[in-house]
Design a protein around this ligand. Structure first.
Ligand SMILES: *Cc1c(COP(=O)(O)O)cnc(C)c1O
Ligand SMILES: [Zn+2]
Length: 428
């Protein structure tokens, strides 16, 4: 195993196919398309077997043979990945789907799917001698970069818009990165970081490290397929910000088929979810073109999806169409209802981005998209505690009562009255 030739062959432009040597670059010099990691799949195939994967660690690194990290030193890991794929019978009953699954990626080390991508980027950057690990972030990436920089013994440099949720800032600040707040939108923050990446010897996860970073997303789909018993689902609902992970889920599926890890057959429909207050990809999809018109000032509580000028947006539209999927957007109130629906039906508390995903699922189910027998998987990518403020005022708390049975009976007569109890039916 240690004598295998390198798996990673080059970086390759997704748009025009131009190849360049592996390095901290992310844009094609010929056409400005995105650079992606190109593997020597003959080498990958020698180690990518179901048995080898199943014998691997209980983390996303069981898929190391399909990730761009080949250093002999262990990767920088906090145990990310192998999050639960749970059957969702109660939510499925509401939506008329018997085989609905939630991939609960909020149960990652910093409670969002970003731990997958940052683990890969940090591992690669540290092996390449980078001392500073940076990012432009809408919150979750900041959280992950700060944690993984600490884990790796690197300097963290986190640049964020100044209007982020307090619950995303404090859990980032605790790792003591250089935390730069910018009075501007995410797209403005990203532009600033691009300029920094051009002029400083720093690794920015979502900029010059992007080809390595984005590969980590594939593991979410690899695991889902493994957890379904090495079976492709019929449809996947994916929240879309920059569109990076959406594109990589497509790549993951093709790799699984090409390597014979799943039988060749119909591919899942890939469906994207956005918030109406920042829905450049859904709008392009609806208009029948793949031209993305940037949203200058995103206005939505789903801040982790609030990227007005999504770099992979056009590819998302193209891949959604080609797979038979759709990209749709939902209103703010639907997002909150989506969070509450998932919590109340399945006991899973997701952030606003997950509310977007569930709301899109509900909207499509109500529009009659499914017969009921399809296997549908919703990617729940961030934890509810990150956006707990969005729910303030949604549930009124009862007045406290004295600690006595008398007081309980007085305050809740209907609960203790056997004839009137709303719990009668369920408690028999
Ligand atoms: C970053 C993020 C996404 C989407 O990421 P892209 O790859 O940029 O589309 C989805 N959900 C959550 C919670 C995120 O933090
Ligand atoms: Zn190109």
């Amino acid at each position: 195993m240690s004598h295998l030739p390198p798996r990673v062959r080059a970086l390759r432009c997704r748009a025009c196919g131009t190849e360049v040597p592996v390095g901290p670059v992310h844009v094609c010099e010929q056409c400005f398309g995105p650079l992606e990691v190109a593997y020597d799949y003959a080498v990958v195939a020698r180690t990518a077997t179901r048995a080898a994967i199943e014998a691997g660690p209980m983390s996303m690194w069981r898929y190391h043979m399909l990730l761009p990290y080949e250093d002999p030193a262990p990767p920088v890991t906090l145990g990310e990945g192998m999050t639960p794929l749970v059957h969702a019978p109660r939510l499925g009953e509401v939506l008329g789907l018997r085989h609905l699954y939630i991939k609960n990626d909020s149960l990652n080390p910093t409670n969002s799917f970003k731990d997958r991508v940052v683990s890969v980027a940090t591992s690669w950057a540290r092996a390449r001698g980078f001392q500073v690990l940076g990012c432009a972030s809408t919150g979750n990436l900041a959280n992950a970069v700060a944690a993984y920089a600490a884990r790796a013994g690197l300097r963290g440099l986190v640049v964020i818009p100044d209007d982020l949720e307090p619950n995303k800032v404090a859990p980032t600040a605790v790792f003591a990165p250089e935390l730069v707040r910018v009075h501007g939108t995410y797209d403005e923050v990203n532009r600033l970081c691009s300029e920094l990446a051009d002029s400083q010897p720093w690794g920015f996860c979502n900029i010059n490290l992007r080809p390595f970073y984005s590969e980590g997303s594939k593991t979410l789909t690899f695991e889902t397929v493994e957890q379904l018993g090495w079976r492709l689902p019929d449809e996947i609902i994916i929240p879309v910000a920059s569109g990076s992970q959406f594109v990589k889920h497509h790549k993951a599926i093709e790799e699984l088929v090409d390597l014979g890890l799943v039988p060749d057959g119909p591919r899942p429909r890939l469906t994207g979810a956005q918030a109406l207050g920042c829905s450049p990809v859904a709008r392009a999809f609806a208009s029948g073109s793949d031209h993305i018109v940037p949203v200058r000032e995103p206005r939505t509580i789903a801040k982790s999806l609030a990227i007005g000028n999504p770099s992979d947006g056009a590819d998302v539209v193209r891949l959604a169409r080609a797979s038979g999927g759709v990209v749709v957007a939902v209103e703010e109130e639907q997002i909150l209802e989506g969070m509450e629906l998932l919590a109340r039906a399945e006991g899973i508390f997701t952030e606003t981005a997950g509310g977007v995903t569930v709301a899109v699922l509900k909207q499509l189910a109500e529009a009659g998209r499914w017969t009921g027998d399809e296997t549908v998987v919703a990617y729940i990518t961030g934890h509810g505690l990150k956006t707990v403020d969005s729910l303030s005022g949604r549930t009124e708390l009862a007045e406290p009562i004295p600690p006595s049975l008398r007081a309980f009976r007085r305050a809740y007569p209907e609960l203790v009255n056997p004839d009137a109890s709303p719990w009668r039916a369920s408690t028999g």
